[in-house]
Design a protein around this ligand. Structure first.
Ligand code: AMP
Length: 213
């Protein structure tokens, strides 16, 4: 089963993805993570994506669809996937449908994390991530140690979590990502919307309920 997690940056997709992946027994494809890993490794794809990412702009659809295709065709994803951070444009939605058709897989649901912009700005402003495993934290200081098991990373602010980049990301969401939901509606996808404001456990429970888990 392939599930698309959909919502504004900072809506909680990255926090919920591992919980839903564990519940469904499928791995996660997080395109933002894949791009950040490519930047860390200094690959040509990472170098090409970095400037747009730092400004909070979207990376080109063909780059994203290349990641999606390679990942979903790989053996660990044979049983399905949680897609975190993709789909973000209508061409990506169309491209994902083509990839799924090629590998004879279906889109299970689009899970929409519903949240107001004001809530996002407060949330992302206080967000830190581990520089090694990318686990998100709130209520911590830059430089604190990551608390994930077997991770020796340090907490830092993502460059695109700075206020200017967050404003750009919210604009990009309205212009390019919000229309994707209409596309899915007209193409008959199962769309489940949940309230993304609450404790992490509350949101997990809503998400599981919405997915029938
Ligand atoms: P995220 O970690 O999902 O917030 O993504 C961080 C950044 O990576 C975004 O602001 C974009 O610059 C880029 N990115 C990640 N996924 C996509 C995507 N599906 N389409 C375009 N850009 C993306």
């Amino acid at each position: 089963m392939v599930i698309v997690l959909f919502g504004k940056p900072g809506a909680g997709k990255g926090t919920q993805a591992p919980r839903l992946a564990a519940a469904l027994g499928v791995p996660i494809l997080a395109t933002g993570e894949a791009l950040r890993a490519a930047i860390r490794e200094g690959t040509p794809m990472g170098l090409a994506a970095k400037a747009a990412m730092d400004r909070g702009e979207l990376v080109a659809d063909d780059v994203i669809l290349g990641i999606v295709k390679d990942t979903l065709e790989s053996a660990p994803f044979a049983q399905g996937a949680i897609l975190d951070g993709v789909v973000r444009t209508v061409p990506q939605a169309e491209g994902l449908q083509r990839v799924l058709a090629d590998i004879d897989r279906k889109l299970g649901a689009v899970l929409v994390f519903d949240i107001a912009d004001e809530e996002i700005i407060g949330r992302v402003g206080g967000r830190l991530v581990c520089d090694t495993c990318s686990h998100p934290y709130s209520g911590k200081q830059p430089g604190d140690a990551c608390e994930q098991p077997a991770c020796a990373g340090t907490l830092m602010r993502r460059k695109d979590d700075e206020p200017e980049a967050v404003r750009t990301r919210l604009q990009q969401y309205e212009q390019k990502t919000a229309p994707v939901l209409e596309w899915y509606r007209t193409h008959g996808a199962r769309i489940a919307t949940i309230d993304a404001v609450g404790t992490v456990d509350e949101v997990t429970n809503r998400a599981k309920h919405a997915l029938g888990l």
